[in-house]
Design a protein around this ligand. Sequence first.
Ligand SMILES: C[S@@+](CC[C@H](N)C(=O)[O-])C[C@H]1O[C@@H](n2cnc3c(N)ncnc32)[C@H](O)[C@@H]1O
Length: 293
Amino acid sequence: MRELYLDLMKRTLTGALMEDNDSILGGVRTAGSPSLKKKAANAAGSLAQRFGFEIAYKKPYDPALRETGSDWPARSESMIGLKRMQNIQDAISAIIEDDVPGDLIETGVWRGGACIFMRANLKAWGDTKRTVWLADSFQGLPAPNVKDFPADQGDTFYLQTGLSVGEAAVRHNFERYGLLDDQVKFLVGWFKDTLPTAPAEQYALIRLDGDLYESTIQALDALYPKARRSAASASSTTTARCPTRPAGRCTTTASSTASPTRSSTWTATAPTGARPPDGTCRNPRLPGDSYGS
Ligand SMILES: C[S@@+](CC[C@H](N)C(=O)[O-])C[C@H]1O[C@@H](n2cnc3c(N)ncnc32)[C@H](O)[C@@H]1O
């Protein structure tokens, strides 16, 4: 039953079940886009919405793209795709089976889909102790700070208002799945302000999805010290949406204690520590660890 529930959740949250792939004018693909064509489409869509209409371009659905999170769903709650959802599921099942202490956190939640899935996993395992932490500005990305983070030069995601989803909307998404309760907590604000003082004592799972180098490195620096050596390694996506930034770059440069990573999809990396057949889980860089996903 657990597998069936989680499988359905993955497919629903990513839009794979509904084959959710319309391009709604005034929606995530056009809102705030700097391109002229999309700006015009956005204006037309926004005007229509004021009169209670929606203009949608019917884009063909490509299951291969949704598998790897290479397109954005119009309405569904997560853009990460099925493979990275599976990565979350595998990590949480290993955390529970190995009894790794600590909470779960995602930095960069958008509509909340990956965090809803984390909470669903805890529920499916009957875990009533751990908290799922959601860290986000809930107002989109910051403009690049090129002086301190030159790798973010030219990034325009901060213009895309489709990436700005308010806390109330995310809470509502949790409610729609029956998963908003006191095991879900929100850290509202810029990572540099919220993460260093976040009240969690330790993390069993850290998922980084803030797109920018700045957002990734700030999250890693703040959170990694609270990932116990015996705890689960970070399951992280990195800033590698931009193909010029190789996946894994942030995790390998952020901290001397960061685990080595492998690429799990085009934008994602996960720690390399494999679970050996005897069931003990060891991260090769951290001798004595009991787990590495
Ligand atoms: C790629 S989206 C996250 C996708 C999400 N994990 C999912 O399941 O679909 C990036 C999110 O990171 C947030 N973000 C990026 N940098 C941030 C920062 N420095 N501080 C706070 N929020 C940030 C944005 O507001 C946005 O919601």
